[in-house]
Design a protein around this ligand. Structure first.
Ligand code: SAH
Ligand code: SF4
Ligand code: F3S
Length: 500
């Protein structure tokens, strides 16, 4: 096994980020070097990749769409389930040949995986040809790490155990367009017994409200219409402030005052910390959308307790009912884990009955995956894969039926859709989302310009769309103006020329 060059200093508050614009060409000894980032995992990771891209572009790198063409390849990894880890390790191992034929390429791996117990050894074993390994806490050290990698014959490994201060003013390269992600808090202070995130992302640290409001205001001024606030538990935002007098509801109301901003979404919510005051703030605000991703994980009180989720089925149902009372047309989605160690068939049935009772618009369903170092890994009663698979299938069958029904209920209604652009498959069909976060496709003659690669004149606009058809994941409709236009046309035209 290769020796790792360990650069790990104590993470004592980061220095202001000074980025040398000539760094990339110095590191690669060529003009105009390029980078490619492959991202796994959640939105937090997606946004971290935007920050990595921001740092790299300030160093003088240029993005390329293919891995093979890049001088620098970065993997931003996820450790949430074993399946995700295996996939990434396989991908990294497969680059051995590329590194052999193109030894000057620098390959790096960052994100949550290196933070996990034993993962660095695993990475080095599977992909000894990697040049840089870094974690979530020292992402902003990328320039120094790449410089070191260029001169070191060993992989440069720098993974910090502890989170440092929140670093502000990091550059980010966001896709141009309509919506943007904004992190409001890093890390997680919950200790759900199955979950690796508190180990990979560290303690919860909230960004100051002023910094967030400024960032969102800046995005709105650049033309972004929608912002999604990110945190592992957005509802505990601000609890780490001393004194903790400002909470998530206050932040939403402050953002509500930003001009030109049309929509605010947030994820992920934790049922334990979601207060009625926050629901009231959402109900009262103009921009905050009626979308609640509210992971419940299980419908069984015994399982919830063993997961250390901090609420009961009854408390969860109270919250959902309060949301429905205060926020008409709320779209509520969830995450479920089946096959938690010791979960009985009866407890699994409790989860099915909860799905039927709440009627979630959709659910992300997962089979329990053992994470080394977490309390659940050491629990008794791990279930065979077949049992977990069978429960997952039965769960998805129940939920798919509910999702379909919920989508059908939207048929005939008119929804406000924020247009994101022409759909991938057909430039004459526009794609966007309603306030509930549901994907809506509709005919858009105004996609003029889209065919020639432009964004189309409706992109970034809010348009009323009457829903005419629904499938499990997508709503289809007609733009209200078009519909009216057609009706007027029909009224004006001789009867025989008008088709239905
Ligand atoms: N912070 C969020 C989500 C974290 S991870 C929350 O608290 O809900 C996203 C989802 O992955 C979780 O909601 C959970 O359903 C799932 N998950 C996390 N750890 C898992 C594990 N060990 N096995 C299976 N699913 C897991
Ligand atoms: Fe993991 Fe629980 Fe924190 Fe979510 S709240 S990130 S599931 S520990
Ligand atoms: Fe995965 Fe890390 Fe997100 S483990 S789910 S990328 S916080």
């Amino acid at each position: 096994m290769l020796e790792g060059l360990d650069l790990t200093p104590a993470p004592a508050g980061a220095p202001g980020l000074q980025i040398d614009a000539a760094a990339a060409s110095r590191i690669h000894r060529k003009a105009d070097p390029s980078y490619y980032i492959e991202t796994y995992g959640c939105q937090m990771n997606e946004h971290d990749s935007e920050v990595m891209a921001g740092i790299l572009e300030k160093m003088g790198y240029r993005r390329v769409p293919e891995l093979e063409a890049a001088d620098l390849i970065l993997f931003n990894t996820c450790a949430i389930r074993e399946h995700a880890v295996e996939r990434t390790l396989g991908r990294m191992a497969a680059l051995k040949r590329l590194k052999y034929v193109k030894p000057e390429v620098i390959i790096g791996v960052g994100g949550c995986l290196p933070q996990q117990e034993g993962a660095v050894e695993r990475i080095k074993k599977r992909a000894p040809h990697l040049d840089v390994v870094f974690g979530t806490h020292n992402l902003y050290r990328l320039p120094q790490l790449l410089e070191s990698a260029q001169t070191s014959e060993y992989p440069v490994i720098e993974v910090w155990d502890a989170e440092g201060e929140v670093i502000e003013n990091l550059p980010a390269v966001r896709p141009e367009g309509v919506k943007a992600w904004v992190t409001i808090a890093y890390g997680c202070d919950k200790k759900c017994t199955y979950c690796v995130v508190p180990y990979t992302r560290g303690k919860e640290r909230s960004r100051r409200p002023g910094e967030i409001v400024e960032e969102v205001r800046g995005l709105a001024a650049q033309g972004y219409k929608e912002v999604t606030l990110l945190g592992q538990n957005v509802n505990s935002y601000g609890k780490d402030f001393a004194p903790a007098a400002y909470d998530f509801g206050d932040l939403l109301l402050d953002l509500d005052r930003i001009q030109d901003l049309e929509r605010v979404r947030f994820m992920t919510s934790h049922p334990r910390d979601f207060t009625r005051k926050m629901v009231d703030a959402i109900a009262q605000s103009r921009v905050v959308c009626e979308q609640f991703h509210l992971p419940v994980q299980s419908g069984s009180n015994r399982t919830l307790k063993r997961m250390l989720r901090g609420y009961t089925r009854e408390k969860y149902l109270d919250l959902v009912n309060y949301v429905h009372d205060r926020v008409p047309n709320a779209v509520i989605t969830t995450d479920i884990i089946v096959g938690f160690p010791g979960e009985t068939e009866e407890e699994f049935q409790d989860t099915l009955s909860l799905l039927r009772e709440v009627e979630f618009d959709s659910a992300y369903t997962f089979s329990f995956s053992v994470r080394e170092g977490t309390p659940a890994a050491r629990m008794k009663g791990h279930l065979p894969e077949e049992v977990k698979k069978d429960r997952l299938n039965r769960l998805m069958e129940v939920q798919n039926e509910i999702s379909r029904r919920r989508m059908m209920a939207a048929v005939g209604s008119t929804l406000e859709v924020l247009v994101e652009g022409p759909s991938d498959k057909n430039p004459d069909v526009l794609s966007g989302r309603d306030r509930g976060g549901r994907l809506v496709l509709f005919e858009g003659p105004a996609s003029a310009g889209a065919a020639s690669g432009g964004p189309g004149v409706l992109t970034g606009q809010l348009v009323p769309v009457r829903i005419t058809e629904a499938r499990t994941w997508t709503l289809y409709g007609v733009r209200r103006e078009n519909e009216l236009g057609r009706r007027q046309l029909a009224e004006a035209a001789p009867a025989e020329e008008v088709s239905a």
